[in-house]
Design a protein around this ligand. Structure first.
Ligand code: COA
Length: 195
């Protein structure tokens, strides 16, 4: 896919099925930088390259997870994961989850996160999912602005969502109805009271 451009930068988001050592090293550096700045990745403390490399290698092996990598001028600077429901969960097979979205602090403000979320939405829709769910700490105000600007509906708040350095943090739950890649639009009214 050809990169988009923002001013003087090339922006690219790709679903990846493999990463070479140099790409993995860049991605781990970006991830640790995001964790140090304040997270968004679940981890509170920086993990170091080896632990993060193990994480990403593991992610690439899990069939239910798809990894999307954001690149600024060709260099991996962030990622997101699309989590698909397990095969036994037929009743919720129409939905999927967007998790672990972040861009390294040194690559922010170029529009990469917006592109990252859009690519995950397009992929989820192409796979037949009609709902994308996500949740975010209440303290991640930039992400909240982004998700709400992209049409995510805040449907609930968990008062004890996370523990960060000894403090309990609340979290917001969002969903978005996806446009079908083809076929009928989802009518969520039809799902009420039908088991
Ligand atoms: C949230 C995050 C991914 C945004 O990354 P980014 O690449 O800088 O975002 P973009 O440049 O694509 O900006 C997209 C939108 O986010 C919002 N935004 C970005 N930076 C902002 C800022 N400093 N203040 C307020 N809103 C901001 C705006 O709505 C912006 O749209 P606009 O440019 O049309 O105004 C990044 O700040 C981050 O990784 N934060 C920590 C991790 C996190 O919170 N992840 C989400 C939870 S899973």
């Amino acid at each position: 896919m050809a990169p988009m451009t923002s001013a003087t930068h090339a922006l690219l988001v790709e679903r990846v099925e493999a990463l070479d050592d140099a790409e993995l090293a860049d991605l781990c550096e970006a991830t640790d930088a995001a964790i140090i700045e304040g997270g968004g990745f679940g981890w509170v403390e920086p993990q170091g390259r080896e632990a993060l490399a193990r994480h990403f290698r593991g992610v690439l092996l899990v069939p239910a997870i798809e990894l999307f990598v954001a690149r600024l001028d060709g260099v991996p600077v962030g990622s997101a994961q699309l989590l698909r429901p397990p095969r036994n969960n037929e009743a919720q097979s129409f939905s999927a989850q967007l998790t672990h979205a972040y861009i390294a602090p040194y690559a922010r403000g170029h529009g990469l996160a917006r592109l990252l979320v859009r690519r995950v939405e397009e992929r989820a829709s192409a796979l037949g999912h009609r709902v994308l769910n996500l949740d975010v700490r209440d303290t991640q105000t930039t992400a909240i602005t982004l998700f709400e600007a992209m049409g995510y509906t805040h449907w609930g708040t968990h008062p004890a969502y996370a523990r960060v350095r000894g403090a309990t943090v609340s979290g917001r739950y969002y969903h978005k109805l996806l446009e079908p890649a083809r076929g009928r639009a989802l009518d969520i009214r039809a799902t009420h009271n039908k088991g």
